[in-house]
Design a protein around this ligand. Sequence first.
Ligand code: PLP
Length: 450
Amino acid sequence: MTNRLRHIPSVEKVLQALGPAELPRPLVTALTRRELGRLRDLEAIPPFEEVVESVRQAARVFARGRIQPVINATGIVIHTNLGRSPLPTPALKVMQEVGAHYSNLEFDLESGERGTRASYLEHCLALLCESPAAAVVNNCAAALVLALHHFTRRRREVVISRGELVQIGGGFRVPEILEASGAVLREVGTTNRTTLRDYEEALGENTGLILKVHRSNFFMGGFVESPRREELGALARGRGIPFLEDLGSGAVARTERLGLPHEPTPAEVLRSGAGLVCFSGDKLFGGPQAGILAGGSDLIEGLKKDPFYRAVRCDKLILSALQTVAEMYLTTPEGIPPLPVLEMLRASPAELRGRAERLALALQGLAAKVRTVETKGQPGGGTLPEAELDSIALEVVPEMIRLEELSERMRRNAPPVIGCIQGGAYRLDLRTVFPEEDELVREALAGALA
Ligand SMILES: *Cc1c(COP(=O)(O)O)cnc(C)c1O
């Protein structure tokens, strides 16, 4: 051992100097070992106090990686990086009750024998989608893989328009998911135009499925054509080929009622010709992460009998939350159920302005210019890409620190506050901040600017 390395303190000594940590002890020990290991590559070993401080800092950074609530002030309602839909209180209550006890998950209370998982929920979802049957899996990607795998077991080809071979989100590309599920991709048409004829010519004895993917995180304008769903549906039925439409966000509530462009509902898509639809549980639907499939009984039954279904089925907590959300829709048939995502989408600029102005007033006298500005929010989550939500933000221009520093201090707050830097200012869009979080935002700003 060289002289230099002898100055590296022992793990025990550093742990002792750190004192009580907020992380489990084995994590702190492992972090300490890692940090001490790094010292070996340095020219000179820093003083002991500095070493302890760097371990403490590493532990803080590491602890921030724990999943925890944050305040979303980005104005993006369905924010995939921030956990998509916040759940409504009744759903959380059911998760708590079902999670803490035994449940009739797969037990028939009538007969006292083994029952079927989620049959009540499937009935509710089928009603909401106005379809004969429905099924639930872990997420919409799983619903797609299950359907592709199942319908292309014997006839390998899945026919899809080139205009729909898109990337939906981080690491989710339609062509890759198709190939991963073992299907053979049969692309038709061009990026901007696909005709019924293109589909007709591609269908053959190897076609297992026709897939349509709803354009989500982008939209195409100009010289664009694709066949109407009615035509494609009739073609599929005529040839006896299943036709699945991936709706992605799947709005069950009528989005016009929220002041947004029309988003096709599962019922409407099934009515106009698709045999099967799939959509996410935690986008516009406003529930927990899930993939909902709805359509004809034979198709749904086939999917549920596929051995692969067992690998993508949901657990009891998700099923209980989804059951509650489905019931909330059913009990407000014409209206908008009180789901956080829908309420945030619906919040009016006037309402948001009142809150922003109260906050701006309460923040007078700090080392910053604070004012309310008009801004644009987004539904997010690959939903309604052309929609912009008129929103109100609190705009902060700090006098003593840089914008990046302010943004970082807000992220370091407990709870962390996520805003954005835009047009030379730090912005907090109040649309996605729960009204009861306003006071926490005020405290965070006051602390960050002090
Ligand atoms: C978001 C999305 C998916 C993926 O849904 P997950 O529930 O996240 O798996 C699939 N298809 C479309 C069109 C989407 O918008």
